[in-house]
Design a protein around this ligand. Structure first.
Ligand code: PRP
Ligand code: MN
Ligand code: MG
Length: 179
């Protein structure tokens, strides 16, 4: 159901790996005294980023997931965030790091942060690999951002177009071949 397109590499796997390492150092500094950090990945897009991030974090970590979706197979946000799967564990009184692949309009991260804050974690921080600030529709920013990128539809490193291309090891921009 998608138009023909090609993918132009935007951020290489090497560049991503170096940035993830640097982010992990900053996150480690913030949570260095934690008894346990609950790292929450937003499925599906963050599955690659969270896998790389937790392996760089030298802290006692628990990994949990929430599944949220707003795009479906479209390149446009529906602005309605659906929770398809909730956390397995309790986060009341815990240190929590939410790991997101990309903040675009901001609806997804805002919704999830609101949901988790209501459960009264001890500390709640957010990290997003990518940020498209020019597309923002709600006032939210991740505590840590890997890269700010221009308004292009990107895929790879976990991010999909209509569920495709999540397995690319780099971040690429989708370029449609026909008008
Ligand atoms: C994508 C992406 C982010 C969100 C960002 O998820 O992974 O979670 O959209 O967009 P927003 O800031 O405009 O809300 P999607 O809904 O495509 O689900 P997926 O992670 O399963 O691909
Ligand atoms: Mn997502
Ligand atoms: Mg998606």
């Amino acid at each position: 159901p998608t138009r023909p397109y090609v993918i132009d590499e935007m951020i290489s796997a090497k560049t991503i790996a170096a940035r993830v390492e640097a982010l992990a150092k900053e996150i480690h500094d913030t949570f260095r005294d934690t008894d346990k950090l609950v790292v929450v990945g937003l499925l599906r897009g963050s599955f690659v980023f969270i896998a790389d991030m937790v392996r760089e974090l030298d802290l006692p970590v628990e990994v949990d997931f929430i599944e949220a979706t707003s795009y479906g197979d479209s390149t446009e946000s529906s602005r309605e965030v659906r929770i398809l799967k909730d956390l397995r564990g309790e986060i009341h009184g815990r240190d929590v790091l939410v790991v997101e692949d990309i903040v675009d309009t901001g609806y997804t991260l805002q919704h999830v942060v609101g949901l988790l804050r209501a459960r009264a974690p001890k500390r709640l921080k957010t990290v997003a690999l990518l940020d498209k600030p020019t597309r923002r529709e709600v006032d939210i920013k991740a505590d840590w951002t890997g890269f700010e990128i221009p308004d292009e539809f990107v895929v790879g490193y976990g991010i999909d177009y209509a569920q495709r291309n999540r397995n690319l090891p780099f971040i690429g921009a989708v370029r449609f071949l026909e008008p």
